[in-house]
Design a protein around this ligand. Sequence first.
Ligand SMILES: *Cc1c(COP(=O)(O)O)cnc(C)c1O
Length: 414
Amino acid sequence: MSIDAVPARSVDYNRVFAQAIDRLHEEGRYRVFIDILRNKGQFPNARCFAGHNGPKPITVWCSNDYLAMGQHPAVIAAMEEALHDVGAGSGGTRNIGGNTHYHIDLETELADLHDKEAALLFTSGYVSNEATLSTIARILPGCIIFSDELNHASMIAGIRHSGCEKRVFRHNDLAHLEHLLAAEDPSVPKLIAFESVYSMDGDVAPIHAICDLADKYNALTYLDEVHAVGMYGARGGGISERDDAASRLTIVEGTLGKAFGVMGGYIAADRTVIDVIRSYAPGFIFTTSLSPVLVAGALASVRHLKGSTAEREGQQAAAATLKTLFADAGLPVMDTTTHIVPLMVGDPVKAKRISDILLREYGVYVQPINYPTVPRGTERLRFTPGPAHDTAMMQELTAALVEIWGRLELRKAA
Ligand SMILES: *Cc1c(COP(=O)(O)O)cnc(C)c1O
C-alpha cells in the first residue's frame, strides 16, 4: 500500500451518529430536557427557560424529590454548616483522603434505618446497583442471578458486568421464579434481585413470599428500595420496614437523591457483605467520595424522616386525591397501590404532544415516559404528587388534562 492510499470505504462517522439520532426522532422518542430552576421555599413551583421571553413559572409534577426534602430547612442548614466547616469536596477516594466523619455517620444511620450491621455509600443509586451486583456475583463462583423483568437499568448493568448467568422471571411472578429456581443445581450460588416499589407501574413486590423462596432454595436476596426509602415504613426504611421484612433480606439498596432530596446511593447488609463490596467493587473504590456537603444534607434528611411522618402522610394523601380526581374525570389512570400516579397513553408521539401542550399552555411540567424506560406501546405520563402539591393545583391539572384529552381525541378510561 502506498503512503497516500485512501481506504476504499472509509467510515462516515458523522453519518452514523446522525442516523442514530434520526431513528429516535422517527420513533417519536427523542429526549428533550426541560431547562428549569426550582424555587426553594415554593416547591413544586419552578421557573422554566424554554421560551425566549425570560423564565416562565411552572408547576413540577414529575420530580423524584417526592417529599420536598430538597428544600427542607434542616437539610439546607446542615449543608450550609458543612460547607463552611470543611469546604466543598471530599478531596479523594474513601481509601485516600476522602473518608470523612460525615460519611461514617451517614453509613451508621443508614445501617440502623434498615436494621443491618453496616452500610456503604456510593456516588449514586445507579452506581450502588451496578457496583454491588457486578461484584457480589463475581465473588461467588458459578452464581446465577434471578432478576425481575422490570428491574431498573442499573441492576441490569450490574448483572451484565458480573459476567454470570442470569434468569429473568416475569414481573412479581412467584410461580415463575420458583420454576426457575427449582431448575438449577441446589449447590450453585443464587441471588434474587428485585425492587420493592416499581417506579413506572407503581406496584409493589411480595417481599416475604420472595424471601420464602430464597429460604427454600438457599438464595441470597438483593432489594432495590430506591422508590420507597423515606416514604414507607414507620421510620422511612421502605417497604421492607413496612412489611417487617428487612432482616430477611441479604442486601437492601437505596438512593439519597429521591425522597431524601439530595444525592448519592447506598447498600445496607451484614458486616461481611459490606466489607466484601468495600474491598472489591471498582465502582466504589476508584472514584472520589461524595462531597461531605451532600452527605451532611442526606444525613439531616434521613434523620428528619426517621422521626417525622408528616411528609409521608402528606404524600399519600396527595396521591390518593390525584388518583380520585383523574378517575372521576375519566382519565386512564393506572391502578397503583403507591404514591406513583401514571396516566397510560400508549403512544410515544402522543405522550410527547400532551407533555408539550401542558408545558406551553398550562405551565404544567410532566415528562413523557418512553421506551426503554417502559416497554413500547405503554408510553405514559407519570405524576408524582407530594405534600407540597395542594388540591387546587390538582384540580387545575385535571381540568387541563381533560381539555387536552378532548382536543386530541384520546382514549378515556374503560
Ligand atoms: C433512580 C433509580 C436508581 C438510581 O438511583 P440514582 O440515585 O438516581 O442513581 C436505581 N434504581 C431505581 C429503581 C431507580 O428508579
